[in-house]
Design a protein around this ligand. Structure first.
Ligand code: AMP
Length: 398
């Protein structure tokens, strides 16, 4: 059974064709600059040369057609016809409170995606375009929506309500939703399997630390809290996002600099975080670490503040669950940066966490990085959102 996984941005489309018999990636690719000049598709197939098609893609419809052509290409492709594709799984960012579970797309599902355009203005319209392009290009095939907010939908009221007048929740659905749900669902499940924990009761904290970052707490695979909120801005310090701040900062900057609320929100989303705190060095940890190693004080503080914030969330979530069995690191920083993992864990001695430096000297593969005596298992578990989406798609369409 072959599943096509699609992840659409406003001007991009990522795809993977996955063979579910052994969960291997048969082909993957990226369409960039959709709707703008210089559109290009790049496809990678194990054992074959990279395939690049430079052709106009005015919309996601043309992009999907090009993906189908690339997959079917006699020389560079991997299938004879798209008939070999059993179903298509889509990453959809916001399902609001309507969906906690992945589902087969129908008119109602598409309406829910539309209803949440205002909560995810960059992503939901693109996600819907991807679904409609697949419906047009491969009619009759089942499309499955896997929600980024799905995993976080399980969190209880006390965790998702903001302490603002209740009417805003009732009128506009202003509450915490949580994002990166597919990654948190995948990694928390892997943590239970990999560490041999009780699937019904295991208390797991997942630290998804990439350019965007979030922490989740789950008991028996069910999310009880997660750090992102109404939007992905809340929570950790990220590559370019501030994470938690006093909302008065917005008003203060508006008044001092004559900026609009929208301007300041753009600053908080795109120019803050590690980038802002390091005085503009970079949003990439590798650059900020290099600057810190050369004695750049702002870069040093940025890295310290990042680790400190993650450690505070781990402490808060341990309290929320009254304990923790495993802490898992994932995503770009979590999977590659042993120093940051070690820095974060240096705050967790009170939990009996002990890192094994040799075991922590690892990148991008499943590993236990704590000592045998550590009271809490600390894990490195690479995330795989595409595989998680493919598994959900298989489960719902088989
Ligand atoms: P992601 O969003 O999961 O793709 O993560 C991307 C981020 O991971 C980059 O912006 C880097 O900050 C970080 N990253 C990737 N490789 C390394 C590395 N070897 N050391 C430190 N950070 C890394």
């Amino acid at each position: 059974m072959k599943i096509l996984v699609i992840n659409c941005g406003s001007s991009s489309l990522k795809y993977q064709l996955i063979d579910m018999d052994d969960e291997s990636v048969i082909a993957k690719g990226l369409c960039e600059r959709i709707g703008i000049d210089g559109s290009v598709l790049t496809q990678t197939v194990p054992g074959k040369d990279k395939y690049v098609i430079e052709q106009p893609m005015p919309s996601h419809n043309e992009a999907i057609k090009l993906v189908m052509d690339a997959l079917e290409d006699p020389e560079h492709g991997v299938i004879r016809s798209t008939d070999e594709i059993s179903a298509i799984g889509h990453r959809v960012v916001h399902g609001g409170t309507s969906f906690s579970e992945s589902c087969v797309v129908d008119e109602n599902v598409k309406q829910v995606i539309r209803d949440h355009f205002d909560l995810a203005p960059l992503h939901n319209p693109a996600n819907l375009m991807g679904i409609e392009a697949c419906e047009a290009g491969m009619p009759g095939k089942k499309n499955v929506a896997v929600w980024d907010t799905g995993f976080g939908m399980a969190i209880p009221e006390k965790a998702y309500m903001y302490a603002i007048p209740y009417e805003y929740y009732e009128k506009y659905g202003i509450r915490r939703y949580g994002f990166h749900g597919t990654s948190h669902m995948f990694v928390s499940g892997e943590a239970i399997k990999f560490a041999g924990l009780d699937p019904k009761a295991a208390k797991v904290i997942v630290c998804h630390l990439g350019n965007g970052g979030s922490v989740s707490a789950s008991i028996g695979g069910k999310c009880v809290d997660t750090s992102m909120g109404l939007t992905p801005l809340e929570g950790l310090i990220m590559g370019t996002r501030s994470g938690d701040i006093d909302a008065s900062v917005v008003q203060f900057i508006c008044n001092k600099e004559g900026k609009s609320v929208d301007d300041v929100l753009t600053i908080l989303n795109k120019k803050s975080g590690i980038l802002g705190l390091s005085g503009g060095v970079s949003s990439d940890f590798r650059d900020v670490e290099a600057a810190a190693a050369e004695g750049n004080h702002k870069a040093e503080v940025a890295l310290e503040a990042f680790a400190y914030r993650v450690a505070k969330y781990i402490g808060a979530y341990t309290a929320a669950m009254n304990g923790v069995d495993a802490i898992a690191f994932t995503a770009g920083v979590g999977e590659n940066d042993k120093k940051t993992r070690k820095n974060i864990c240096s705050y967790l001695g009170y939990l009996g966490v002990e890192i094994d430096d040799e075991a922590n000297d690892v990148r991008g593969k499943n590993a236990v990085i704590s000592t045998a005596d550590s009271k809490v298992k600390v894990l490195l578990l690479p995330t795989n959102e595409e595989l998680a989406i493919a598994r959900e798609t298989k489960r719902l369409t088989e």
